[in-house]
Design a protein around this ligand. Structure first.
Ligand code: AMP
Ligand code: MG
Length: 478
């Protein structure tokens, strides 16, 4: 399909007017294409050749309006660091319409009614981070929003210093956040709350329309999706960094990539977000915060649901999380079944590696070739006793496997990535991009789309993070 043949719809505009505000994007000066996501374009049925056209840049910059587009920003609230903020909303994201069930959104396209004191812009640095990281999650098969393209510009945007403005064309089957429901519940607008909940059901869980207690079931399924999403984050060592309820997706997707990080050396207490002084959103606290956020969602759904029934659903969260986490970690450990005691095998490993200065990703990749000769594994660890103790148990546990060693290796190599998108790699891409060189963005994009492949030419990114870049914190400013 050519861009001129795209016909967008705007299902969200059928919602009550309080839910959104129509707004035109404010294009950036001198926009230019940095990257286009060919795979996603294919999925959306957009011709690859269109991605090189000047219209594609204009589409991302908000100066080319596909047929049917009726741009708007949506309204939401949210608990930020545990405190309720009455009104947030798309302060710098403008929705331009829906294509085949995928909602297109321009992040950094200028101010909206919900910008508060912000400028509605996104800088190149944070846009590269969002663009690459959402594709990383997709490459790891973790539910996420994605991005179709990234543009830069010559327009100055002030953060801690002057930077250049950029826009990411984000794509998602849903942009409804826990905070969207919280907004209408808090403002005592039952009609709008019902409308937005019905919308979310139609959008993400249409089969619930046949259920007796569809609102109750919605809470159950969001609980399950959230528990499983966070289990997936924990399994790959992803620290989101800003798990405010406005950054939690009703559809169970990873959304809003800010000061996130993949673990370098394993550290359960790692906090990627520089402003998170108490570690509310630390790596190890993410499962607990998922539950906290679901409690906030339950509160928002209270006008529609029996609170006791929701409380019962929420009590299942920890078990769902644990089962999913054990399932994923067992796969990472190459275990072909789940046996009693596997939970303990995993927690023993995590206890063992805490403080061993061992790179989380590299450890599992190395274990993916483990043949009971311990040398390669022990080489990664600062000292050996805790790992030796754990390997004694692991060796024993492997004897219960029905798969052969070589089958185990094959299976592990497709679940333990060789590469994850670490912050030092991103920083390299950002530094080059700030000098007009986007080759590292391109290289990283190729890697993260297929993170289990060898990509021998990029081997240096598969090792442990260089010492000076390890376990750093990131600023929220973006
Ligand atoms: P975030 O921390 O990126 O999830 O953003 C939290 C809220 O602040 C959301 O409502 C954003 O739309 C808004 N926001 C963040 N940065 C800006 C900005 N530069 N201009 C306007 N609104 C912003
Ligand atoms: Mg956000």
């Amino acid at each position: 399909m050519k861009l001129e043949d795209i016909k967008l719809t705007n299902p969200y505009l059928n919602m009550p007017s309080l839910c959104y505000d129509r707004v035109k994007p404010s294009p950036l000066n001198h926009p230019f294409l940095i990257h286009a996501n060919i795979d996603l374009a294919k999925e959306l049925n957009i011709d690859e050749s269109e991605l090189e056209s000047s219209e594609f840049v204009k589409l991302i910059n908000g100066s080319y309006s596909p047929s049917g587009s009726d741009p708007f920003a949506s309204c939401y609230a949210g608990h930020q660091f545990g405190y309720f903020v009455e009104r947030l909303g798309d302060g710098r994201a403008i929705n331009i319409g829906t294509l085949d069930g995928y909602h297109l959104q321009l992040k950094g396209a200028g101010p909206t009614l919900y910008s508060r004191s912000g400028d509605g812009r996104a800088v190149l640095r944070s846009s590269i981070r969002e663009y690459l990281m959402s594709e990383t999650m997709h490459g790891l098969s973790i539910p996420t929003t994605r991005a179709l393209g990234l543009i830069g510009s010559r327009q100055d945007v002030y953060r801690e210093d002057w930077e250049k403005g950029a826009v990411v064309l984000r794509v998602s089957p849903s942009w409804i956040r826990f905070g969207t429901l919280e907004y209408f519940a808090h403002n005592k607008r039952p009609d709008e709350l019902t409308a937005v909940v019905d919308y979310a059901i139609n959008e993400s869980y249409p089969y619930l329309n046949d259920e007796q207690n569809k609102y109750q079931k919605l809470f159950e399924i969001v609980t399950e999706k959230t528990a499983k999403l966070i289990a997936a984050w924990q399994s790959v060592g992803f620290n989101h960094g800003v798990m405010n309820t406005d950054n939690m997706s009703i559809a169970g997707l990873t959304i809003d990539y800010g000061p996130y990080a993949f673990l370098d050396d394993y550290d359960a207490g790692y906090i990627c977000n520089h402003t998170d002084s108490h570690g509310r959103y630390s790596f190890g606290n993410q499962p607990h915060i998922g539950e906290w956020n679901l409690a906030a969602l339950a509160y928002a759904l209270a006008p529609l649901n029996d609170i006791e029934t929701m409380r019962n659903s929420l009590t299942r969260y920890n078990q769902i999380f644990k089962n999913e986490y054990t399932r994923l970690m067992n796969k990472k450990l190459g275990l072909d079944s789940t046996l009693k005691g596997d939970d303990e095998l995993i927690s023993h490993l995590l206890r063992a590696i805490q403080g061993l200065s061992v790179d989380y990703t590299l450890l599992f990749r190395t274990l993916s070739r483990y043949d009971c000769n311990r040398e390669e594994v022990l080489k990664l660890c600062l000292y050996h006793t805790p790992m030796n103790d754990w390997l004694d148990i692991y060796d024993e546990r492997l004897t219960n496997n029905k798969t052969t060693q070589s089958q185990r290796h094959t299976e592990m190599l497709v679940v333990n990535p060789k590469y994850v998108l670490k912050n030092y790699m991103l920083q390299e891409a950002i530094d080059a991009a700030n000098n007009g060189d986007f080759s590292i963005v391109e290289a990283l994009f190729q890697i993260v789309q297929n993170p289990f492949d060898e990509h021998i030419e990029h081997d240096r990114w598969a090792g442990a993070t260089p010492e000076i870049f390890k376990n750093k914190k990131l600023s929220c400013s973006s």
